[in-house]
Design a protein around this ligand. Structure first.
Ligand code: SAH
Ligand code: SF4
Ligand code: F3S
Length: 440
């Protein structure tokens, strides 16, 4: 038997790319590839890329440049680019970087085995179609390897919202929901392989409306179906849009014990003028009222958000409105970005904010968000939380896991295993994590 070929995948961007990289590794596993952690060892290198901000896209070209020497030493090495940069500028990549053999967009991963064969035969291959078939269904024949306790599961992909700054509707295409039975089968399979916590993924996950036996299911209905799976202990989902936060989903946060008290609900900005120009179709006020309703259903829920500062035509006053909204909501965690011009999106053509002003605003916003994050984390001290252990800690006998609220928690003298769920009392709050002790 010949030695297996080695595959090195580097993943950038969002969790959906992490999920997709796993699927690509499995698809190429069927072609005799095993994964390696080192690019130097590889027979095939795949970069699974992100196009969301300019810096993310540029990274791909600098990373590719670094493989030049490797390819010179090893002419049989194949280099592929996948993900959202592949979708957005596939042909440009081929032109700009001749060492790329293969370009595959996010909707074509099920065609990877054929593409790999062509690349091996010396062809340059590019596939950035949006085919009709369900790629995940085609990708499902995978080995039943044991898995860690947490997993991602894509339930919805693409977006029809067209926020004025965002490339996702172009790179991931129109919003599509996977049928419920396929998701439930995949979830069952994950649980049989050791998974205890599933995070449902979608660019607009709460717009989920996949086919069920008696018509379409909402995300909340899908969650209730998942709730029935024995051995599945925790359910999360990301990313949600405020306009798709339906009543049954809010209610599920209060009534479904497996649904974790954590919600990532990006608002992007606090000024109605800017929200309108972003094409967000919600106001600061409607968002705040929504958060109130969610907290009424689940008072301890941890709210997470995304923010963009320096969006075209943002004034200091507009920025202050974002700061005011943050003060009011109180975020447990948040991601904030300086607006990055994305060619082809509506906002790219508009008058841009002075970069120094945008930098200054980003710093002020991040200082506030960091303070809030710290306050929320510190407020956990003294409380009892569930912790799902994911790995051994740095010290002997120490285990590390995530709380219900997604805080990292260290427990010393811990006799539990990876994959165990335990009740833990939080005793102290550190820079980026909590320390706790087992109860009983
Ligand atoms: N689907 C999600 C997230 C999309 S991308 C949503 O609807 O919110 C993740 C985050 O990247 C966005 O929430 C936004 O805050 C940020 N982002 C997207 N495009 C950007 C751009 N052009 N410049 C800066 N940040 C951007
Ligand atoms: Fe992008 Fe807006 Fe769609 Fe989110 S909702 S993926 S920010 S277009
Ligand atoms: Fe990036 Fe594409 Fe995800 S642009 S954030 S990898 S959907």
């Amino acid at each position: 038997m010949s030695a297996p070929k080695k595959l090195f995948i580097k993943t950038y961007g969002c969790q959906m790319n992490v999920y997709d990289s796993e699927r690509m590794a499995e698809a190429l596993g069927g072609e005799g590839y095993v994964e390696t952690k080192s690019a130097e060892d590889a027979d095939m290198i795949l970069l699974n890329t992100c196009h969301i901000r300019e810096k993310a896209a540029e990274k791909v070209y600098s990373e590719l440049g670094r493989f030049k020497g490797l390819k010179a030493e090893k002419p049989d090495l194949k280099i592929g680019v996948a993900g959202c940069v592949a979708q957005a500028e596939g042909e440009e990549i081929m032109r700009r970087q001749p060492l790329v053999d293969l370009v595959v967009g996010p909707q074509s991963y099920h065609r990877l085995p054929e593409m790999e064969a062509k690349a091996r035969a010396g062809e340059k291959v590019l596939d950035t179609d949006f085919p009709e078939e369900d790629k995940f269904e085609k990708l499902k024949n995978r080995p039943k390897a044991k898995r860690g306790p947490t997993a991602f599961l894509t339930v919805q992909e693409g977006c029809d919202k067209f926020c004025a700054f965002c490339v996702v509707p172009y790179t991931r295409g129109a919003e599509v929901s996977r049928p419920a039975d396929r998701i439930l089968r995949e979830a069952q399979d994950l649980v049989e392989r050791g998974v205890r916590e599933i995070t449902l993924l979608g660019q607009n996950v709460n717009a989920y409306h996949g086919a069920g036996p008696n018509g379409d299911l909402t995300l909340a209905q899908l969650i209730w179906e998942l709730d029935k799976i024995d051995g599945l202990e925790r359910i999360r989902f990301t990313t949600s849009h405020p306009n798709d936060m339906q009543d049954d989903l809010i209610e599920a946060h209060g009534t479904c014990a497996k649904l974790m008290p954590y919600l990532h609900l990006p608002v992007q900005a606090g000024s109605d003028k800017i929200l309108k120009r972003m094409n967000r179709s919600h106001t600061a006020e409607s968002y705040i009222r929504l958060i109130e309703r969610i907290r009424a259903a689940r008072p301890d829920i941890l709210i997470s958000g995304d923010f963009i500062v320096g969006f075209p035509e943002e004034t200091e006053e507009d920025f202050q409105a974002t700061m005011d909204l943050v003060e009011e909501v109180k975020y447990g965690t948040a991601y904030s970005f300086k607006y990055s011009t994305r060619p082809g999106t509506p906002a790219a053509e508009r008058p841009q904010v002075d970069p120094a002003a945008a930098d200054d605003r980003l710093q002020r916003l991040q200082a506030l968000l960091t303070r809030q994050q710290r306050e929320v984390q510190d407020s956990m001290v003294g409380r009892e939380v569930g912790v799902l252990f994911e790995k051994a800690g740095r010290f002997p006998g120490q285990m590390v896991g995530k709380s219900d609220y997604l805080h990292a928690v260290h427990v010393a003298d811990c006799d539990r295993q990876i994959g165990d769920l335990a009740r833990v009392r939080i005793v102290s709050s550190g820079a980026n994590s909590l320390a706790g002790e087992l109860i009983d």
